[in-house]
Design a protein around this ligand. Sequence first.
Ligand code: PLP
Length: 284
Amino acid sequence: MYNTPTTQISVDGRVFYVKRDDLADPFLAGNKFRKLHALLQTPPQKLDKIISYGGTQSNAMLAIAAMCRKKNWHFAYYTKPLSNTQKNENYGNFFHSKKLGMEHVEIEEPYYKDFVASMRLRMDERTFVVDQGGAVEEARLGLEVLAEEIRGSALDVPSLATPSGTGTTALFLALSLPEYKVYTTPCVGNSEYLKKQMSALHPLPQNLIILEPKKKYHFAKPYKEFLQIQQKLFSSGIEFDLIYAPSMWMALLEQTQEEILYIHSGGVSGNESMLARYRQKGFL
Ligand SMILES: *Cc1c(COP(=O)(O)O)cnc(C)c1O
């Protein structure tokens, strides 16, 4: 089995260890690689088709597209209608996913919610639906594999950290590694919202610590301070994504002091389109 390496960086005079899940594959990386573990272990002849839905900047979409390419499964991805600009972009996750063979289907706004809700009704046993944010039970298995790799590395640190969208990754990581403190930070909504999302999956364990960002940020918007910290980390030797990682790093630098193993959650492939937006805003 592929075990991702752990490297070390120095940020503001502090040493951090980084579990390099970003290096798993150019497109199938980070926590989406972990969440798709069960499907990646599925023999190609067992399935014909994967269906998913959501946004067009999604890292999950790109990871599924890369997986389907390897497995020779058809991949249909459903979104709300896109603008022509979005459709014709020749960079970013959507562009790369289509190049990997993804079929894109637009669903008109008024029908989208019902369509998603009834997706499984029209399905056969050779089709698998991956819900937005990644299939939950399957994710748990993949995060147990990550937990075993972390245990096996015998790195002597008391704490781990990884940023949250749905919180699935941080929650299952904390459940799989009760001997570590697991820090996370909400990138979608605030801590209360994140706790609610996580509690729907499993009661929150004691070792899971949610660090609230000092300022309120809107998901996937460009912020000068996000770019600054991302560039600082890049010059220390590791590229991180511009949507999730900046909040986590800012919280760690401001609110913790001990040695930490940061679990790289991937998403670097989305930086091309984020940097284009930073340029449009005049931040670059
Ligand atoms: C999807 C994603 C996350 C959030 O993962 P959750 O399990 O939904 O909390 C964090 N970082 C990156 C780069 C992602 O693509």
